[in-house]
Ligand binder design. Structure first.
Ligand code: PLP
Length: 378
């Protein structure tokens, strides 16, 4: 059996090597390394794939979140509601822009932002909600969009982990995550479901005006060469990364299907154990693309399981070990810790198993057997 990796980018590369080489060579021959035809071609392909009007490529997912917020022309101190249980980039950009992050608790089954908690956190200063499609599972967008509409708030989806997931509305209508709110941000970090061979990111919107504004913000606030209308940033997707992404976008659905198959196999092997909870799966099966396959270990032995797996040469991850409201950088002495019962519990129980599009049945069986053998002996 091949050695088990958390993410196996080498195996994935071996399969698409020639196509990637050809696409990269095209860029090298064109020598338009920034904003060239390859970036535009990828942008176009991604717009068609997502069925969204505008994709604005940029340098990374964190920039995408920051630039999305910059386009809303908010005032310092305006409040942005987001989840306590997510990667720090989501809250980092809020603080950097001198806006006020308002962290709220999450749902214990989906790990995603809790709409009831959002509603409780709304004040006259609230301007936007940033739901994160954590671990690849769509947040409760129907409820979030209706709260936002009632309170006239913007919704910016953090789709860094959810690209390719399809959300089903209660009336049966389906749409890709990242196309549901006013704006969305995604990351093409190599280990993401659609990963480049370096950094990359993009903002999505169906709003023509916001899109036009965003295209200037990413380019030093320029709307006409050397006329700077707003304070912008320099955030670009380089053409070599666009070449890789253009090739890999063709395989995104295939990659996500492989992840779903792997998740199903894990779940079938593990779900009957009384001391662990397998990831919640909505009836439609399309709304989770398993950026991570994350278990909850409910008998208090999560850390022991992690050490055991590492001894067995099975990598695993703890995403995330500390709630954002307890991180030094984001701690607010006024925050009441008791409003985060779910996140406080999740950080002690979650463990993510290897998950990628190249994981095979033998490896999944081996990992599951080891997890069960540990759980049964403790
Ligand atoms: C990866 C990630 C980001 C940041 O993306 P980068 O490209 O690494 O800047 C933001 N939010 C979430 C939820 C992520 O997982």
């Amino acid at each position: 059996m091949d050695s088990i990796k958390m993410v196996d980018l080498k195996k994935q590369y071996d399969f698409i090597k020639e196509e990637v080489a050809l696409a990269m060579e095209e860029v090298l021959e064109q020598t338009t390394f920034i904003n060239g035809p390859m970036v535009q071609a990828f942008q176009h392909d991604l717009e068609s794939y997502l069925q969204v009007k505008h994709v604005i490529p940029c340098a990374n997912g964190t920039d995408a979140l920051q630039i999305a917020l910059m386009s809303l022309q908010l005032e310092p101190g305006d409040e942005i509601i987001t989840a306590d249980f997510t990667f720090a980039a989501t809250v980092e950009v809020i603080s950097l822009l001198k806006l006020k992050p308002i962290l709220v608790d999450v749902n214990p089954k989906t790990f995603n932002i809790d709409p009831k908690a959002i509603e409780k956190a709304i004040t006259p200063k609230t301007k936007a909600i940033i739901p994160v499609h954590l671990f690849g599972q769509a947040a409760a967008m129907d409820q979030i969009l209706s709260i936002a509409e009632r309170h006239q708030l913007y919704v910016i989806e953090d789709n860094a982990q959810g690209i390719g997931a399809q959300y089903t509305f209660p009336d049966g209508r389906k749409a890709k995550t990242g196309t549901l709110g006013h704006l969305a941000a995604t990351s093409f970090f190599p280990s993401k479901n659609l990963g480049a061979y370096g950094d990359g990111g993009a903002i999505f919107t169906n709003d023509d005006q916001l899109a036009a504004f965003l295209r200037g913000i990413v380019n030093h606030g320029m709307y006409k060469p050397y006329y700077h209308d707003v304070v912008g940033v320099n955030s670009r997707l380089d053409a070599l990364q666009a070449a890789v992404l253009k090739v890999k976008l063709q395989y995104l659905d295939f990659y996500n299907e492989r992840r779903k198959e792997a998740a199903l196999k894990y779940t079938q092997a593990l779900e009957s154990h009384p001391d662990l909870l397998t990831p919640f799966r909505a009836a439609d099966c399309d709304s989770h693309v398993y950026h991570q396959y994350t278990l909850r270990i409910t008998n208090g032995k999560r850390d022991d399981l992690a050490s055991y797996l590492k001894e067995q040469n099975i990598p695993c991850g703890i995403y995330y070990p500390v709630p954002l409201h307890k991180q030094k950088a984001y701690k607010d002495p006024q925050t009441d810790d008791t409003i985060f019962p779910v996140t406080n519990q999740l950080v002690k129980e979650v463990i993510s198993l290897p998950m990628h599009s190249e994981l095979n049945s033998k490896q999944i069986e081996y990992i599951s057997t080891k997890v069960l053998s540990f759980m049964n002996n403790k």
